[in-house]
Design a protein around this ligand. Structure first.
Ligand SMILES: [Mg+2]
Ligand SMILES: [Zn+2]
Length: 197
């Protein structure tokens, strides 16, 4: 049976959106993110981070540095008993000086490339998966891959909700933060997440 995932945006969803962090120390994980990820882990849903990181294409950090940031991010979650199953990023930037990153890519959200890679590599059923993020492109990405799109009001969430509604787009759910998004997903799944005693 194919696995199901909760795709999670990084900046503004799992952590504070600080413009183009280039070192792990600049990333502040929201405290409720750990519990959210633990609950999704327990429910048997894969947690897959999908993040646009044009800082690479802008020359602000290397892919190697970004990989290190993500390794430390995963370790932080692991130290809290929470598992990030995979992290996929788009390094591209249309105006990049480095030709590797200036291409018209297929993976910058709301384009679907990151989800299609995860689908192939992890064996996912995208149509029975979820997307949680704080920007319009996260919600539209969720819709583009036919997952259930959830908007969080952290990060750029409030501005994004106004823009989406102007455009007549309504997410499946609007949550205060990632933990409330996870709770909504678990309710919708009709499952009960129990803390181990
Ligand atoms: Mg974001
Ligand atoms: Zn890309």
């Amino acid at each position: 049976m194919k696995k199901r995932a909760v795709f999670l945006d990084r900046d503004g969803t799992l952590s504070v959106d600080s413009a183009y962090p280039s070192r792990y120390e600049e990333i502040a994980i929201y405290p409720e993110s750990f519990e959210a990820v633990r609950k999704l882990n327990r429910a048997g849903l894969l947690t897959v981070v999908v993040t646009n990181q044009s800082a690479v294409g802008r020359g602000l950090l290397t892919e190697h540095a970004l990989d290190e940031i993500h390794a430390r991010l995963s370790s932080s979650f692991a130290s809290q008993g929470a598992r990030l199953d995979a992290i996929y990023f788009c390094p591209h930037y249309a105006l990049a000086a480095d030709p590797r990153y200036g291409e018209d890519c297929d993976c910058r959200k709301p384009k679907t490339g990151l989800a299609l890679r995860a689908e192939a590599e992890l064996g996912l059923d995208l149509g029975r998966s979820y997307m949680v993020g704080d920007k319009t492109e996260d919600v539209i990405f969720g819709m583009n891959i036919r997952a259930v799109p959830v908007l969080v009001l952290t990060g750029f969430g409030r501005e994004s909700l106004a823009v989406l509604r102007e455009r007549g787009i309504e997410p499946a759910h609007v949550a205060e933060n990632i933990l409330q998004a996870a709770d909504w997903i678990l309710d919708r799944e009709g499952r009960q997440a129990h803390d181990p005693v």
